[in-house]
Design a protein around this ligand. Sequence first.
Ligand code: NAP
Length: 373
Amino acid sequence: MERRKVGILGATGTVGQRFIQLLHAHPWFEIAWLAASERSAGKRYADACHWKLDTPLPARIGDMVLQPNTPATQTGEVPSIIFAALDADVARDLEPQFVEVGCAVISNSSAFRMTRDVPLVVPEVNADHLELIATQASYGSAKGGYLVTNPNCSAIGLVLALKPLEQRFGIESLFVSTMQAVSGAGYPGVPSLDILGNVVPFIKNEEEKMQEEVGKLLGRYTGAGPDAHIDPLPATVSAHCNRVAVIEGHTECVSIKLRQPATADEILAAWREFQPLQAHHLPSAPEQPVIYTDAADRPQPRLDVNAGHGMSTTVGRLRPCSLLHWKFVLLSHNTLRGAAGAAVLNAEVLAKLGKLPGTVRHTQTGSGVQVSA
Ligand code: NAP
């Protein structure tokens, strides 16, 4: 199968580097275009980027030249599939410009996650929400472009553990307290003097994002045509978010009230049997999205963060809760499952569904970029 050409916007950052690591040898996608800020445009990737991963920067990628960051300022072609790893303020301005010229933009940022007709997707949880693309008006384009988002890095690990419980027992309310890794703040992120030997009990906007995104992710696709939207899950979610001195892996302590009674064995079976993507053979889908560990002192970031190639949520310590019904601890990788890996998996599902746009040819004209399929 010929690999589809893709681009990465925000390619030099923490998530952008993960995109490169995951995509440079991907069986379905080929990195053909990179961009970051105006500061980086025109530089070789290896010169513009502080490569921070423990796998080498692929030589071909290191030699690629970073392109300007808007469609209108391109001199060459832009692939019709763009993975975006931009801060929300930048994404709000740039992502719609790529959609408008016919690109599928698969975004990590929070800018459009809660927009009514923009799908917010974790494929194992709510792949059916991708139907919103067909009627996307706010950022969709007549040229076949659209926007798909993946959630906040803490919400992803959480909804993977919640979905099997919601399916079998229903969820009435939950309380979650996070211990989030410093890499979640990008690079250079939290100053070392603030975080070493410390816990910071505040991450701007994080609690609000977790609370609202969980409702949309576990919500129901409803309506038709321009009225299509997601009815959020009617569950109460209360989140406390903390930054801790861990490099990678967000840990979350969860207490949950279910709508129907469930035994520990029934909950463990729901997690074990949750394999919604197994039949689709997607390259980035973990064999087991939720892994339960019996060890009394796990999951731990240092030991469990790479479970399922960093794409599984590890859950442990299921026990009765004296306030709600049950409590447990979960861990997921924030830059793989929580960011780049999530977006790549979304693109794989879109490819499998035949929803990725065809080749888009951009031609520079006096008035900007023209697109033809
Ligand atoms: P980061 O390390 O700060 O990287 C930001 C990237 O954006 C860099 O490539 C930077 O390029 C580029 N950029 C800045 N201004 C730009 C502009 N005007 N035009 C184009 N590119 C520009 O941030 P990150 O951690 O990778 O996060 C990226 C997004 O993913 C954020 O929305 C974040 O909330 C989300 N996210 C992050 C994580 C995580 O664990 N880190 C998890 C989930 C979601 P230069 O190098 O040229 O400055």
